[in-house]
Write a protein that binds this ligand. Structure first.
Ligand code: AMP
Length: 419
């Protein structure tokens, strides 16, 4: 009896971090999850959770779950992945296991070429490298993760799953900026969109929740995490999304401004004398909720709002106002909306954000039921009144599961199953 390789290791490599999950694709069970952070520093830290309940490996609720932690220098991604492999091996799940079918890598920028998950070869690596100028923070780290995994398991398929892929269906009139075409094309300037695996997963799950086929529903997905983006999904295909050339455009985020008059940047340079790097840092790291009120955690902001803090109130109102504008815009883009769905850290947990975002939008068929909205759950659920014209829903995202499923679907195709 030969057993089939059914496990997928999902890697999300940042510049100084490595997040991972190991899943068994027979039942989507999470066998292990974890995080290595501060790679390259003296104080690197690895947190490993065997059999997590799902969700974030670094979640604080893992006490008693067998979570293991080690600190001490981890010099690079190779060492980090070796440390991860050693932790997995302690649970009998090492990277050398014949049950491992593939490694799925989150790659932030796939440009226009990668419209689907792709088995990595030299040409794919070269193309991801070519996209570094449009994703200077992310693609180099993603490449490092892939190369490291290739070194450790050269025989195993490595699959790249791109954040941008789901958005490649956007029509040209949504994807192009209204700037000189030759300049835009020469520098590959257009709207690519991000969080694609989340938008794909959540829009599909929403159709399931409504008991309909993805092809038959139009959905507005609001992915509200520390980064935030909205998308308009018509019949399972993305037709517009709020992030653009980079993840800076669109909604107000934890530390990013979202939409802004581009002339603000000229002004900051010419009048305030700031350098391009300083402006980049200001808009990406010191703006959004943190710039407005000093906090980027919606829990803390709500606590301050409830305590009568005016700055926190204004930050909340600006955040919600932007959300409303996108709901309105995407209602117009879609023509008919079947569901508005909230996901990610803020969307899944912050009932006041959901309530405020649809307040006053009854003419669009939108409302939340206060009782349903207040329920805390990690399950997909509808929070609009029974007779509402448009469903308002909360659907927890699961980017790792989506990456694992896409990876497995690619490498498992056509295999003979001998059970
Ligand atoms: P994510 O990037 O999806 O992990 O989301 C992280 C963000 O979710 C945090 O910065 C918080 O603002 C928000 N968040 C997490 N839990 C809660 C909660 N219980 N209530 C409100 N916001 C939350």
């Amino acid at each position: 009896m030969t057993s089939r390789a059914t496990r997928v290791l999902v890697l999300n490599s940042g510049s100084s971090s490595l997040k991972y999950q190991l899943l068994d694709m027979r039942d989507n069970a999470r066998l292990a999850a974890g995080l290595v952070e501060r790679i390259g520093e003296e104080t690197s830290r690895l947190v490993h959770t065997p059999r997590p309940e799902g969700g974030d490996a670094d979640g604080g609720d893992a006490d008693g779950s067998g979570k293991r932690e080690r600190t001490g220098p981890i010099t690079d991604h190779t060492e980090a992945l070796e440390a991860v492999s050693a932790e997995l091996a302690r649970d009998g799940l090492g990277l050398d296991s014949p049950e491992l079918a593939a490694i799925g890598h989150r790659v932030v920028h796939g440009g226009l070429k990668f419209t689907a998950p792709t088995v990595v070869d030299d040409a794919v690596l070269a193309e991801i490298e070519r996209l570094v100028p449009v994703a200077p923070l992310h693609n180099p780290a993603n490449l490092t993760g892939i190369r490291t995994a290739q070194r450790l398991r050269p025989d195993l398929p490595q699959v790249a799953v791109f954040d941008t892929a789901f958005h490649t269906t956007m029509p040209e009139h949504a994807a192009r900026y209204a700037i000189d075409v030759a300049t835009a094309d020469a520098h590959r300037i257009r709207r690519y969109g991000f969080h694609g695996t989340s938008h794909a997963y959540v829009s599909r799950k929403t159709a399931e929740l409504l008991g309909r086929e993805p092809a038959d529903v139009n959905v507005i997905v609001l992915h509200l995490g520390n980064g935030a983006s909205a998308s308009a999904v018509a019949g399972g295909r993305c037709v517009d999304t709020s992030m653009g050339l980079t993840p800076l455009e669109g909604l107000v985020m934890g530390t990013r401004s979202g939409d802004i008059d581009p002339a603000v940047t000229f002004h900051l340079k010419r009048v305030a004398g700031m350098s391009v790097d300083e402006i980049d840092e200001l808009l990406n790291k010191k703006s959004g909720l943190v710039g407005l009120c000093g906090d980027n955690d919606m829990r803390e902001i709500r606590r301050r709002v409830d305590a009568g803090d005016e700055r926190a109130r204004l930050a909340f109102d600006i955040y919600v106002h932007r959300l409303k504008k996108y709901i309105g815009a995407y209602t117009a883009v879609l023509g008919r909306v079947d569901a508005v769905v909230f996901t990610a850290g803020v969307g899944e947990n912050a009932a006041p954000v959901r309530e405020a975002a649809v307040a006053g939008l009854e003419t669009l068929g939108l409302a939340v039921d206060a009782g349903l909205n207040a329920v805390r759950s990690d399950k997909p659920r509808i929070i609009s009144p029974r007779d509402a014209r448009v469903a308002v829903a909360v659907v927890p995202t699961d980017e790792e599961l989506e990456i694992a499923q896409q990876t497995f679907a690619l490498v498992d195709e056509g295999r003979t199953v001998i059970a």
